[in-house]
Design a protein around this ligand. Structure first.
Ligand code: DLL
Length: 433
């Protein structure tokens, strides 16, 4: 643990600290005025003393739409001169969101990412090859802050220019790779093609896009590393909201001293641990744009800490998906990650695929899946096996197409696009029509 006092705090004591921070947050929001203050007053809250963690679920929520409506300065809660940078998401598929950070917020960010890297086994002697994109996107800069806080050496590669990345992995011998899971595959394949074995790499810290345990196995095999998951979103801080550690048993430790998690059903009511629901986060300590009960749209389950672990943080599962990526096919709800899990558990499928929701006839949506086979696999047998496996796991038939290797576009920069909605016009990929 990088910060044993915080990560290993006695659970009752942490709850007291969180409750104090929640009350402080509510006071700050009320003082700042604006939308969140208005909603709090409308729900009868006039000071932090009126709220408790036990009744947090009764307080108003904030959503992405609220941020869009307050573009470009967001729900800033401090004077402009306290803001030291902005980050955000480019808003592919939606509108951009910008998040203002104070110097205090950057300190929190560095700390939670340092903890995440430390939990993955990185130390101040580590070399971190950081291939998340640098820019407005929080991936590159967020990992950068955390690696420096840890005292490691960060190599600020950003995304793309893969040949150069292969070269620097050979030359600088990093032990930690940070990038999206899809880029880890791309880089691994590029190294294999160049005959480079990345013997220095020990661990990868991957996130920013949905990926399954089956994808994890592919990355681990290709790169010879442990591949861990890191989760976050710019609205809350960026990467570091939660992260797997070597001993967190496949789930992600939530930095709940800064970001208080809830998990709610479609009516906004809390669900018990282990039941999938939408994640809602409250930024207990942030100052630039603090958010009370931000609805993420991300679906996961919550869980207590690992029994007997020194780390006492609550955990979340890998993301099952996003509310808006859920497919409804003939009345059956399917997340693209469920499709990925089926595809990649067949050793004949390469980790490049595309899920297409064919909505050209709106009332009769169909699922089409494009995959690429490993060398030597029989496409006809593979198609039949995947058809059967998808039907068995998801309860619906899918139209599987086995395409030539290289047909599915690779993502060198940014987040992989694994789901396409086809409403009209030509097929999103040749061979899918
Ligand atoms: O993707 C922050 C980040 C950067 C996280 C690098 C991890 C590593 P945004 O661009 O604002 O921020 O996108 C946030 O990405 O609401 C999720 O839907 C998705 N997401 C982030 N991490 C994961 C993950 C960054 N580990 C949105 N697994 C979130 C699945 C993820 N989805």
């Amino acid at each position: 643990m990088v910060d044993p006092a915080a990560e290993g705090m006695d659970r009752q004591r942490r709850r007291d600290v969180q409750e104090g921070a929640l009350r402080g947050l509510v006071d700050r929001l009320l003082d700042a005025g604006g939308m969140q203050a208005g909603r709090l007053r409308d729900s009868g809250v006039t000071s932090g003393g009126d709220v408790t963690l036990d009744e947090l679920h009764k307080l108003p929520t904030v959503g992405k739409r609220d941020l869009w409506e307050h573009y470009p300065h967001g729900l800033r809660a401090v004077e402009a001169d306290e803001i030291v940078c902005v980050h955000g998401s480019s808003g592919t598929g939606g509108r951009p969101t910008l998040i203002p950070y104070t110097a205090h917020d950057l300190g929190i960010w560095a700390e939670v990412v340092a903890r995440a890297l430390g939990g993955a086994g990185a130390t101040n002697r580590s070399v971190v090859h950081n291939a998340y994109g640098y820019g407005l996107f929080t991936g590159g800069v967020g990992i950068h802050h955390g690696a420096i806080r840890l005292g490691a050496t960060v190599v600020p590669m950003s995304g793309g220019m893969t040949e150069r990345q292969v070269r620097l992995v050979q030359d600088l011998r990093p032990d930690v790779l940070t990038c999206t899971p899809s880029y880890a595959i791309h880089l691994g394949e590029a190294m294999a093609a160049a005959g480079v074995v990345p013997t220095s790499l020990k661990v990868g810290v991957h996130g920013a896009e949905p990926w399954t345990h089956e994808m994890r196995l592919q990355i681990e095999r290709l790169l010879g590393i442990r591949a861990l998951d890191i989760y976050g979103l710019s609205e809350i801080i960026g990467p570091g909201v939660a992260c797997e550690s070597l001993d967190s048993e496949g789930m992600l430790n939530i930095a709940e001293d800064h970001f208080y998690p809830e998990c709610v059903d479609s009516d906004g009511l809390p669900v018990p641990d282990g039941t999938p629901g939408e994640l809602v986060f409250t930024t207990l300590t942030k100052t630039g744009m603090p958010l009370l009960r931000y609805r993420t749209g991300d679906v996961a389950t919550l869980a207590p800490p690992v029994e007997g672990s020194q780390r006492t943080l609550r955990r979340m599962s890998k993301l099952l998906g996003r509310n808006d990526d859920m497919l409804v096919i003939r009345g059956v709800n399917v997340f693209p990650t469920e499709v990925e899990a089926v595809l990649l558990s067949d050793g004949r499928v390469l980790p490049h695929y595309l899920v297409v929701e064919d909505r050209r006839v709106a009332a009769r949506a169909e699922l089409r899946v494009a995959v690429e086979p490993v060398a030597g696999a029989d496409p006809i047998e593979l198609r039949a096996a995947l058809d059967a496996a998808l039907r068995e796991r998801l309860g619906i038939g899918c139209d599987v197409r086995v395409l030539e290797p290289g047909s599915v576009p690779r993502t060198e920069v940014g987040k992989a696009r694994r789901l396409v909605r086809w409403t009209e016009g030509p097929a999103p990929l040749p061979g899918l029509a």
